[in-house]
Structures are given as C-alpha cells and as structure tokens.
Write a protein that binds this ligand. Structure first.
Ligand SMILES: CC(=O)NCCS(=O)(=O)O
Length: 349
C-alpha cells in the first residue's frame, strides 16, 4: 500500500477524512461534453443555436445535449465559484470532480476553485469513454495505462504536480469496447498498487454495471472500494438492482435535478424524477444498503447551473434531504449517505 494510507487526497494535498463533511461524490466543475453532442429535434435548430434566453430554458432542460454552447461548462468558472460558495454555506464540505482524460480535465482551475472557496475538491485520474480515447490511448498496453493512472495519483496529472484522489470516472459504453476493457484492467491494477477509490461510468444497459464489476474483479480490483455511477438511468427493476447491489460496490444516484422526457442516448430509458430517485434510495435503505449509497448531481452542462435557472450544486442539500426525511430515511441515514459513506470510500487503504 502507498503512503497515502488513511488519508484523502484533494487537489490541495492530503487531508484527514474527518475534515470532508458532506460530500457530493460525482460532479464536474470544469469540462467539455462536446464528445456527446446530439443533434436537435427537426425544426429546433434555431433554438439550439441561441438557447440561453428565458423562453428556451424548458427546451434546454429537455435537450441539454443538442446545443454546442451548453456543453462547454469550462466557460463558466466564475459562476461555478459562486455556486461553490453557496454550497459551502448550505453545509457542503467536499466535491469529487470526476472529469477524466477526454473531457478536458483542468487541474489548475480545480486547485484555484478549492483555494477560493474552501471546498475540498478531489480530482479524477484515468480515461472517459472510448470515443474520447486518442489513437495513443488506444495503442497503449494495460501496463502502460496503469503507469499513467498511478502517476496521476502519485505525481500529478496533465503536466502539473496536482494529484488525483480517485480513479474515474472511468468511462465505459455498451457493449464495452476493447480499449475500455484495457482501461478497466489498468484501473484495477492501479487500484491494487495504490489502495485508492475508483468510480465507474457504466454503459446505458441494465447489464452494464455487473459486466464492469466482472472485468474489474477478474483483474484484481477492490469492488468494495468502487462506485457504480448513474444507476438512476441504468437499472430500473428492483430485483435486478438488488442482484447488482449484492456484488458489493457503492451504489450512486448522481443525476439528482435532471428530469427529462426523452433521454437521447437511449430512448428506451425513462429518466426518473427526483421523487422516484428518493423512493429508490428509501427502498435500498430498507433492504439494508444504507452503507453503500452515494448521491450527487453530475453537473456536466451549463443549464444545470443556477446561473441558467438550473438546480445547481446545492439542490440535494437544500431540496432532496428534506424530501428524504419525509420518505422513511432517518437523519442518521442521511448523514451516512452524505458524510460517512463518501469518507470511507475516499480514504486510501
Ligand atoms: C459526464 C457524464 O458522463 N455524465 C453522464 C451523463 S449520462 O447521460 O448519465 O450518461
């Protein structure tokens, strides 16, 4: 194990895990999502070209990926800084910033945001989904990929000395490509060397999370220290969810605030409402998984910021927690989900 043992690694250095406080385990503060642009519905091209007007806000919520400008979160650092201050005032302590290679990770900006706001920011190592893998990435062996990921944690990433504190979000699609499989194996090998937390972006199919776990496990990964993200758009059947939960990963509901009718990346999927998400959390708590639940908003487009009428980074603290308390989740269980579970996951072994 590394000398990071028992500590959490933020962009400002190592911290005592007790210092984190309430933690959103899946957010983005600066990134581009251009890789996932989706053309607008026919006839809506004019709105898509000029979206940030009050009368277009509903359209933007329904079609966030169909407007190039909306995908450039990295243009909104001032608004994000303001929001982080609000988040801190609302009782937030830490944020895991999941931007990996392929999404224009910007570690100096994360460091500056942490310094300016006092929010602990934990950055992500590794690679996003296949369509963002460069030719170089695609040609690398598992050993070479492992060395890059380990170095991003031990020495710093992207030519800086700013170190990542988690591996991920590691991007996978469905079916999982060969290049994504190599990255998953490298993730498991790096985790074995470092004893560090891992977080996965699964493909949009109910079978995808378990297949990722299988690949990680086969490569020696520590599933108990791994988060499966985006379960709110991936597994809908309660029986299937319990089957997956038995595999032992953290179960992350990280699209709080996102309510849309037509999910463009898989139109078979009905994106749940926040009320449905809370209901699923209450179900998992009842089934004994309160130690495994994590929550976040996964802000990755501009329209999700309060500046543009969105829910912002404080939505869970301000709106979802009170709802959880009225739906059979106790204050102690809420504290586990927001404080204890993130702390345990983020602490290096
Ligand atoms: C940045 C990112 O990967 N967000 C997830 C979007 S998705 O629609 O839930 O896959």
């Amino acid at each position: 194990m590394s000398n990071l043992s028992g500590r959490v690694q933020t962009v400002l250095g190592l911290v005592d895990p007790e210092k984190l406080g309430r933690t959103m385990t899946h957010e983005h503060l600066t990134m581009t999502f251009e890789c996932c642009y989706f053309p607008p519905p026919q006839g809506d091209e004019a709105v898509a070209a000029n979206p940030f007007q009050m009368q277009h806000m509903h359209w933007l919520r329904q079609n966030p990926y169909s407007c190039h400008e909306n995908l450039l979160l990295q243009q909104e650092t001032d608004a994000v800084r303001d929001e982080l201050r609000v988040y801190k005032q609302a009782g937030g302590g830490a944020i895991v910033e999941n931007t990996t290679t392929g999404l224009e990770r910007d570690l100096p900006t994360l460091k500056q945001l942490a310094q300016d706001t006092g929010v602990h920011i934990i950055a992500g190592a590794g690679y996003y989904v296949d369509c963002t893998h460069s030719e170089t990435t695609k040609s690398m062996t598992v050993e070479q990929l492992t060395d890059v990921i380990v170095s991003e944690v031990l020495n710093g990433a992207d030519g800086t000395d700013i170190r990542c504190g988690v591996i991920g979000e590691i991007g996978t699609g469905w079916p999982i490509t060969d290049s994504e499989k190599r990255v998953l194996r490298a993730t498991a090998h790096a985790q074995t060397r470092l004893g560090c937390p891992v977080i996965i972006h699964p493909g949009r199919n109910p079978a995808a999370p378990a297949e990722v776990v299988r690949i990680l496990q086969e490569a020696g990964g520590d599933i108990g220290k791994t988060v499966m993200s985006h379960l709110d758009r991936t597994i809908f059947d309660e029986g299937e969810l319990l089957e997956f939960a038995k595999l032992g990963s953290y179960l992350e509901y990280d699209l709080f605030g996102t309510e849309m009718l037509n999910y463009p990346y898989n139109t078979d999927i009905d994106m749940p409402s926040d009320s449905q998400r809370v209901k699923t959390l209450a179900f998992l708590v009842k089934e004994g998984y309160e130690d495994k639940i994590l929550v976040a908003h996964d802000i990755h487009t501009k329209n999700r910021l309060t500046k543009f009428g969105g829910h912002g980074y404080s939505h869970i603290l301000k709106n979802i927690v009170p709802k959880m308390l009225t739906r059979g989740i106790s204050q102690r269980q809420v504290d586990k989900i927001l404080i204890d579970n993130p702390k345990h996951w983020l602490t290096f072994k």
